[in-house]
Design a protein around this ligand. Structure first.
Ligand SMILES: Nc1ncnc2c1ncn2[C@@H]1O[C@H](COP(=O)(O)OP(=O)(O)O)[C@@H](O)[C@H]1O
Ligand SMILES: [Mg+2]
Length: 354
């Protein structure tokens, strides 16, 4: 388990202070794939680098796999940060692997040597190291590449080597900082599939930083949204997709949802979305099923309103469907009120867009 409590980190630059992490608290359970999403500069890398103390926070508690890496202690001078000893930190770091956007491989070493590198001081014999590297090569599906150099590999293959290296010492946690951001869509998909497999097969806990909502949607079960150094929203990925609260979260969801086409349709005032009288343009959200059409005919029968469908879509979040329909309601205020109350009662989410 990873527990972060009230973590703060400010960089002091000549041009002024940058608060890269502001009172961040997160709990990541064992075996979870936990996404952290935010725009560039939001503080994602700073936060994840604090998890293995590559970056030392100014204040806050960090606990990884039961080891308290930092804690706050009351002293006569006030609260001060205490770190674990270097020896304990080194031991704790063996339990935390990390991968990066640009792979960070040793270009002058073969794939074999890159993966064997973290095993150098593990007390293993040459034979044991060879066996372990072969196991890892098999795990990441690169058995035929042990003697080639990184420059001879594709981006996706380089990331596989980096993953094998990160897992050499059997860590329980893998930190992934934009690991697919330099890859094309196909390589991205294959790396995400590999991470999913490692999560299942090894029970690996993965903390996955990204600026792409499609990555979150594909493999994460939980997500935290960061903005200006703060976590502004966090929870189950499905719930966040169904009920986003913060504007930044809605923006990220719009990047992957077909329903976001409505924004352009409104901006361009296309005839389909032109409203008259007290018409309302409404987004309806259906959780766990795709029975939206039935609900719509139900509403127009029960209440004195007309419903025109503008857009409809079913999104798969992990393996659960999330239905969405954008409609225009036409009718009196009273009839619409009744319809909204009814929709709330049958647990259909509503958002009035215009
Ligand atoms: N080593 C550093 N020194 C000074 N400022 C930094 C350093 N690392 C990050 N920052 C600043 O902290 C903020 C958060 O950066 P970062 O954690 O890299 O965000 P992200 O990974 O979300 O892009 C940015 O404004 C960045 O410029
Ligand atoms: Mg970053």
């Amino acid at each position: 388990m990873i527990e972060i409590k009230n973590l703060n980190k400010t960089y002091h630059l000549k041009s002024g202070d940058v608060e890269a992490a502001k009172n961040v608290s997160l709990t990541i359970d064992d075996g979870e794939i936990y996404g952290i999403i935010g725009y560039s500069g939001a503080g994602k890398s700073t936060l994840v680098r604090c998890v293995n103390l590559l970056e030392v926070p100014d204040s806050g508690e960090i606990n990884v796999n039961g080891v308290q890496l930092t804690r706050m202690e009351s002293t006569p001078k006030g609260e001060v940060l205490r770190k674990v000893s270097d020896k304990e930190l080194n031991r704790a770091r063996k339990g935390i692997g990390m991968i990066f956007q640009h792979f960070n491989l040793l270009d002058r070493s073969t794939v074999f040597d890159n993966i064997a590198y973290p095993l150098k001081y593990s007390g293993k014999s040459k034979t044991q190291i060879r066996e372990r590297v072969h196991e890892l090569l098999e795990l990441v599906d690169l058995k035929d590449k042990e003697n080639v150099y990184p420059s001879q590999l594709s981006g996706g293959q380089k990331q596989r080597v980096a993953i094998a290296r990160a897992l050499a010492n059997n860590p329980g946690v893998l930190l992934s900082d934009e690991a697919t951001s330099a890859l094309d869509p196909e390589a991205t998909e294959s790396i995400l599939n590999l991470l999913k497999k490692l999560n299942k097969q090894l029970g690996l806990t993965i903390v996955l930083i990204t600026h792409e909502m499609t990555v979150i949607k594909t493999i994460c079960s939980k997500v935290a949204v960061m903005e200006n150094g703060a976590v502004v929203e966090q929870g189950d990925v499905y719930d966040i997709f169904a009920h986003p609260k913060q504007p930044v979260t809605k923006k990220f969801i719009n990047t992957v949802s077909n329903l976001s086409k409505i924004n352009r349709m409104i901006a361009e005032n296309v005839p389909l979305v032109q409203l008259s009288g007290n018409d309302k343009l409404v987004k309806l959200i259906f959780e766990n099923d795709c029975t939206g059409e039935a609900v719509i005919s139900d509403i127009s029968k029960r209440f004195d309103i007309k419903v025109n469908i503008v857009l409809a879509n079913v999104e798969m979040i992990g393996d659960r469907p999330l239905g969405g329909i954008i409609v225009i309601f036409k009718g009196s205020d009273a009839a619409m009120d009744d319809a909204f109350k009814y929709l709330e009662k049958i647990k259909v989410g509503t958002e009035v867009l215009a």
